[in-house]
Design a protein around this ligand. Structure first.
Ligand code: PHE
Length: 514
């Protein structure tokens, strides 16, 4: 059913109109046996869509039945209406040519480029005008006949008078008018309507019982009552429901994979961290550029928080200032004030540091931990960077772990998320040594892409926490956005996250499977 064919205004009395359509339509089916929905709507002045609406309702109650067919509909184009008002472009062009002739340029000045474009060639074809070559660079357009007849205008007028009936128009003429885009044809679905098995002139609603009741079942009256039949083809009402954002879908997949690999999840519900856990505990010196306000968001209120583990903080201070266990430290004066500054955590490694500290207390048992949550960086935003994103991070703590263990764990994890080919490149992190960037081969783009970062936590970080000698912690991290963008085909991170996200995207995206 085409919905844009009618331009009747919708009014508050729509319901009344429906009743009027219903009464009229039933009457007409009774009088004529077969009724054409289009002709009915035109002759009675009802919008065709509304007629179809009423028809559907009456049909569902078996009052009526119908068959559909496609009907070609002809009409005049906007240009044709202009021709009927002002004459065809060729007639207009002809009339603008004076007896003494005129140059093309001047003619264009009189009637305009549009009219010339559509009219001039027809003037030549009809032998109304000719071109007179006065000299090498002067051409004059002159009249060839003294009077003309504007046939196209007459044809259009006649066609319009016939109600745009193609049968009332010579087929060659119609073809020509169509070619000149003066008449257009389109098709529309129309319904041939007949009476149905329960045909009745009275209003259909009134003869229906609203709903089946217990009483009707008990007294058996349901058998003789008139119910609206079930419509098994009706689309159910859309159910309002919540849905997971793609990042959360990928997160739950990653979570399942890591749990399957024997990792436990760390609590990440703390966006605000002290600089101590985000940086100092990780042996990141206080003058490190990442601790700058250009890279990190500092809180104004409360700007700082007290250190919770003073003995440990003291050991961290000593390690930064002087080193220990074979390290010479960073050799500067460590400031407690600096470490107390509150920030939005810049990486989930702050979460890992808290967990590692806890793990180092008491008797050590080997553990595997992971986290997936939001982090914040004071970055210039572009198509691949936002000031907040999500990190996936994991670590394994055990005696005598080697780089081989780290490579093995990472390779396994990436294999499980669909990146079976990984390469490693030496890198630098203040808290890991050695450090490796992880590259994954993308089958889609046939390139190696950076997919993560990793390393073995430094003894300068682990010893102050209280880990016994020989315990090593291998760790790796990656963003959640990168694999999500690849998985869902996002080119711009702002289409995935932030205030410009199209909520339909969130509703419609499929589940993620790795
Ligand atoms: N914290 C690092 C980052 O922000 C990732 C990482 C985690 C690196 C663990 C090494 C070990 O990129």
């Amino acid at each position: 059913i085409e919905s844009n064919q009618n331009h009747f205004p919708r009014t508050a009395s729509a319901l009344m109109d429906k009743n009027a359509i219903e009464t009229r339509l039933l009457q007409e089916v009774k009088d004529h046996e077969e009724v054409d929905s289009w002709k009915f709507s035109q002759s009675r002045g009802f919008p065709h869509d509304d007629v179809i609406g009423v028809l559907n309702a009456l049909q569902s109650r078996d009052f009526l039945q119908s068959k559909t067919s496609r009907l070609a509909v002809w009409s005049l184009s906007k240009q044709a209406e202009d021709v009927i008002l002002k004459g065809s472009p060729e007639a207009e062009t002809y009339c603008a040519v004076p007896t003494e002739g005129i140059s093309l340029q001047d003619l264009q000045g009189v009637v305009g480029a549009e009219t010339i474009k559509h009219g001039l060639s027809h003037c030549y074809k009809n032998n109304w005008l000719l071109v007179d070559k006065v000299s090498e660079d002067l051409k004059m357009i002159r009249q060839k006949v003294t009077s003309i007849e504007d046939l196209v205008k007459q044809q259009l007028e006649q066609f319009k008078e016939s109600g745009c009936n193609p049968e009332k128009c010579d087929s060659a003429i119609l073809k020509n008018l169509k070619r000149r885009k003066l008449v257009v044809s389109s098709s529309r679905t129309v319904f041939s309507i007949k009476s149905g098995p329960k045909f009745d002139l009275s209003r259909s609603d009134e003869s229906l019982d609203a709903a089946l009741t217990l009483g009707m079942i008990q007294d058996g009256s349901w058998e003789t009552r008139n119910f609206k039949p079930y419509n098994f083809n009706a689309r159910g009402q859309k159910i309002p429901y919540g849905c997971l954002h793609p990042l959360l879908k990928v997160r739950s997949e990653f979570r399942a994979i890591l749990l399957e690999m024997g990792f436990e999840e760390m609590p990440t519900n703390q966006y605000v961290e002290s600089s101590f856990w985000n940086f100092d505990s990780l042996f990141q010196p206080q003058q490190h550029p990442a601790r700058d306000a250009h890279d990190t968001f500092f809180l104004k209120k409360p700007a700082s928080s007290p250190l919770s583990h003073l003995d440990y903080a003291k050991r961290v201070k000593t390690m930064h200032e002087q080193g220990g266990d074979g390290s010479i430290g960073w050799r500067y004066n460590w400031s407690e004030d600096e470490s107390r500054k509150n920030i939005l955590r810049t990486h989930t490694t702050a979460v890992s540091a808290r967990m590692l500290y806890k793990l180092a207390q008491g008797k050590f048992t080997p553990k595997k931990y992971f986290s997936i949550d939001r982090v914040f960086r004071n970055e210039t935003m572009d198509s691949t960077h936002l000031a907040e994103f999500h990190q996936v991070e994991g670590f394994v703590a055990d005696y005598d772990l080697s780089l081989g263990d780290l490579i093995g764990i990472i390779a396994k994890f990436f294999e499980k998320i669909g990146i079976p080919n990984v390469k490693f490149k030496p890198a630098y992190n203040p808290y890991t040594e050695p450090s490796m960037e992880v590259f994954g081969y993308s089958e889609a783009t046939k390139t190696w892409m950076e997919v993560g970062n990793s390393g073995i936590f430094r003894p300068e970080m682990l010893r102050p926490m209280g880990f016994p000698e020989g315990v090593r912690v291998v760790a790796w991290g990656l963003s959640l956005e990168r694999p999500t963008m690849i998985k869902y085909g996002f080119k711009n991170i702002r289409d995935l996250f932030g205030h410009k996200v199209d909520l339909r995207m969130v509703r419609q995206n499929p589940i993620a499977r790795f």
